[in-house]
Design a binder for this molecule. Structure first.
Ligand code: AR6
Length: 194
């Protein structure tokens, strides 16, 4: 499958030109629709479960594309509580690292926010400059996608308000799988930056 380098993707500032107020924050954000395993980034963020032993959805896709060494490394981590994050290598993926976060089952905003904040803090700490997030909890875990996107955009926007955080990243990609979710993210970003 063809690899997409995240540095080549248009930013939200470019994607939604004229529809959003210019903001330095929008120069580091992108919305991209497709299979996250195709992305060449420093890190991709997996929607894992607390066992970290793989599953369906994006988790299954990441494990299949990374190969069996990913599961071996995950086994040694001893699981991950909801809202937290654990880091592995990317193995056969185009991404260097996988950040595995465990979203809540159902609409639990504080826990979903923790997934994103903890992951962003860990990325900055590890000097990871390009990252693609999958839409945590919005598949089988049943978080309503629109509400999740609003919370995610607000959380990332707040996090980027700190100059140190803004300087720490080159690109944060919201990787959406469906056209519906791409429309949701674009509308939510327009509302957040109008
Ligand atoms: N690339 C990008 N996004 C994807 C891909 C892909 N290849 N495949 C699915 N999505 P889900 P959750 C989207 O169910 O709700 C697993 O079994 C999907 O359309 O993968 O957090 C874990 O092991 C949706 O928008 O994750 C857990 O048990 C989003 O990824 C459980 O599912 C998240 O959907 C976690 O559930």
């Amino acid at each position: 499958m063809s690899v997409v380098s995240v540095a080549s993707l248009p930013t939200v500032a470019q994607q939604l030109q004229g529809k959003v107020r210019p903001s330095a924050l929008l120069n580091v954000l992108s919305v991209w629709q497709g299979d996250i395993t195709r992305l060449r980034a420093d890190a991709i963020v997996n929607a894992a479960n607390s066992s970290l032993l793989g599953g369906g959805g994006v988790d299954g896709a990441i494990h299949r594309a990374a190969g069996p060494s990913l599961l071996e490394e995950c086994k040694a981590l001893g699981g991950c509580p909801t809202g937290e994050v654990r880091i592995t290598k990317g193995y056969n993926l185009a991404a260097t690292y996988v950040y595995h976060t465990v979203g809540p089952v159902g609409e639990k905003p504080a826990l979903l926010k923790s997934c994103y904040t903890n992951t962003l803090n860990a990325l900055a700490q590890n000097q990871v400059r390009t990252v693609a997030f999958s839409s945590i909890s919005t598949g089988v875990y049943g978080y309503p996608p629109q509400n999740a996107a609003k919370l995610v955009v607000e959380t990332v926007k707040d996090w980027l308000q700190t100059e140190e955080h803004l300087q720490s990243v080159d690109r944060i990609i919201f990787c959406v799988f469906s056209e519906r979710d791409r429309n949701i993210y674009e509308a939510v970003l327009m509302a957040a930056f109008e």
